[in-house]
Design a binder for this molecule. Structure first.
Ligand code: ADP
Length: 290
């Protein structure tokens, strides 16, 4: 394997260490994220997902263990954590709460300006990021972010991170609180970002996000890695997932239920695959469309 973009080696993290409220959140997490991957991080509430991803760009310092970004130990004596922060773009939960500027353009430009880019480069990055999130600059650049819908505000916040062109985009629950259409939009954007060659890491409770986007899954439980592997492998471990309080994607639930009812339908993870599998199965039974 080429040098991983992010590597965690036996990472431990304890909140409020040395106080009576001490709370161990990570207890020896090791994982690697390769360049160009899309990895989903799953696990029950409180399992350490948010704490883990804040280690990816040095927002949190491990109590023990190491975090390497592009081969550099983030906490080595002369580590360049600013450079690592440029490589790793972190999108927090409900990032729209952090919008603050008068116009969409100013909000999205904030990050690139802070990086010291020339005005033309900032303008180009803002334009590109707005297009990537499906907000045509001609229509949206001059508007107040606070006059937009919830889904649009989330996309502006996402554009603000994308505009800095991070090598890896790390998102905490990017589709939380959105309706079906909003979730669909965010998934489309993340798929496009990934197709452009950027690495994507997402924390999510939505198994359909995982099925639609991720190639690999890491499941946390009580601050340790409980399960990890390719998406198909992990979703094949239905009992283990249920014990962790995790469900299967809708498509897998439907196809497995049909099979239990005697319909010889192949397993599917995405709705598109489920549709195809059901059509094929019906054709086999002579009930499908020609
Ligand atoms: P997840 O993202 O999987 O829900 P978190 O990383 O938020 O999990 O939390 C992991 C553990 O750390 C939980 O037990 C949580 O209560 C604790 N924790 C998280 N943030 C803090 C904090 N700021 N102070 C103290 N404990 C915290």
């Amino acid at each position: 394997m080429a040098e991983p973009l992010i590597a965690c080696q036996e990472v431990h993290y304890t909140y409020l260490r040395g106080t009576p409220m001490e709370a161990p959140a990570l207890r020896g997490v090791s994982l690697q994220i390769a360049r160009g991957e899309c990895v989903a991080i799953l696990g029950p509430t409180g399992s350490g997902k948010s704490t883990l991803i804040q280690h990816f760009n040095g927002l949190l310092r491990p109590t023990a263990g190491r975090v390497l970004v592009a081969g550099q130990d983030l906490w080595a004596p002369r580590a360049d954590r600013r450079a690592a922060r440029r490589l790793v773009g972190l999108v927090f939960q409900f990032p729209e709460y952090q919008l603050f500027a008068e116009t969409v353009e100013q909000d999205v430009a904030f990050g690139p300006r802070n990086l010291g880019w020339a005005p033309e480069a900032v303008a180009e990055a803002v334009d590109e990021a707005l297009r990537l999130v499906g907000l045509a600059p001609e229509r949206f650049a001059g508007r107040s972010p606070f006059a937009l819908s919830g889904g649009e505000m989330r996309r502006v916040a996402l554009a603000g991170v994308l505009a800095m062109r991070p090598a890896v985009l790390v998102l905490d629950e990017p589709t939380a609180g959105l309706d079906g259409q909003g979730r669909h939009e965010i998934r489309r954007i993340l798929r496009d970002v990934h197709r452009r060659g950027q690495t994507v890491v997402l924390v999510t409770h939505h198994m359909d996000d995982v099925a639609e986007l991720a190639q690999r899954v890491v499941v946390l439980r009580d601050g340790t890695v409980a399960l990890a592997g390719a998406v198909g492998e992990v979703f094949a471990r239905e009992d283990a997932l249920r014990q962790l309080g995790l469900d299967l994607p809708v498509a897998a639930r439907v196809t497995r239920r049909l099979r239990a009812l005697g319909v010889p339908v192949a397993d599917a993870l995405t709705l598109q695959d489920a549709r195809r599998a059901i059509r094929t199965a019906l054709r086999g039974t002579g009930r499908g469309d020609p």
